[in-house]
Design a protein around this ligand. Structure first.
Ligand code: FFO
Ligand code: ATP
Length: 227
């Protein structure tokens, strides 16, 4: 009877060994893919850093003003009262024009403040907030300030090194934004990347923990992902 044969096959040591091997193969395949993506990520970060650094500072600032001018006309911005941004460093697309605009509109702005070895909180940033440099040389509020739980945020703009048309994001490599967004339980803010359009690449390698963006803001305007 087929049923009995099947039962015997499953029960035999050979069949178990086969199943075990198949399972191990599956796990090994996944690990290889992840290790490959991690290597790809490192090489991509290097390349994208160079690409971004080749843009003169004045052009980056013009691009930031243009990106801000386009974003602030959209309902996603107009509706947002609590907005998380970052204090741009080095060749990142500047955030100062957007922060100043937000303050003029009396919106509440929050920026990252690192905590412990791998944590990050979003802390209030006001015109007089005292700043200090964190371990990466990025400015952050010196005092603890009012920190904003994710559920209170309406909009989060995230820094990135590369993005693709599907909303995948390649960050600086610390996993800070991925961990922050993985913490959410119910309400999630609209999450948009903030970048130069030349940071788009055909495909960002994806790991299981990577959080997708809802859209990307560049000097060309807001783009919603495809697919
Ligand atoms: N302006 C800004 N603020 C931010 C971020 C960011 O990308 N930009 N972050 C975004 O998460 C968090 C900080 N995360 C960071 C993670 C790594 C490095 C860094 O310097 N990495 C090394 C190389 C690491 C590698 O390639 O493995 C480097 O850039 O030399 C910087 C910031 C929070 N604040
Ligand atoms: N939800 C999570 N829980 C635990 N570890 C995580 C989580 N998300 C990411 N990580 C860890 O963070 C590390 C860096 O991840 P990844 O290279 O994707 O960073 P990134 O998205 O480029 O960085 P960032 O978000 O800070 O800009 C990985 O080694 C990963 O293990």
């Amino acid at each position: 009877m087929p049923g009995v044969q099947a039962h015997r096959a499953v029960g035999s040591p050979m069949a178990w060994r086969g199943t075990h091997l198949r399972l191990r193969l599956k796990v090994d395949d996944r690990m290889t893919a992840q290790a490959g993506d991690t290597l790809d990520k490192r090489a991509l970060r290097r390349e994208l850093r160079l690409r971004r650094a080749a843009v003169p500072a004045a052009a980056r600032l013009r691009a930031a003003r243009s990106a801000a001018a386009k974003l602030v006309r959209l309902p996603v911005w107009m509706r947002a009262q609590h907005v998380a941004l970052h204090l741009a460093r080095g060749s990142e697309l500047p955030t100062a024009p957007l922060i100043e605009h937000a303050w003029r509109q009396h919106k509440r702005i929050y920026v990252p403040r690192l905590s412990g070895t791998r944590g990050m909180h979003l802390v209030a940033l006001k015109p007089g907030t005292r700043l200090r440099r964190n371990r990466y040389g990025i400015l952050e509020p010196a005092g603890r300030g009012a920190y904003c739980p994710l559920r209170r945020l309406d909009l989060l703009l995230a820094p990135l090194l590369a993005f693709d048309a599907h909303g995948h994001r390649l960050g600086a490599g610390g996993g800070y934004y991925d961990r922050l967004l993985a913490r959410r339980r119910m309400r999630r803010p609209v999450c948009l990347g903030w970048a130069l359009s030349l940071q788009e690449i055909p495909r960002v390698p994806c790991d299981p923990w990577d959080q997708r963006l809802d859209g990307i803001v560049t000097e060309k305007g807001l783009r919603w992902p495809t697919g």
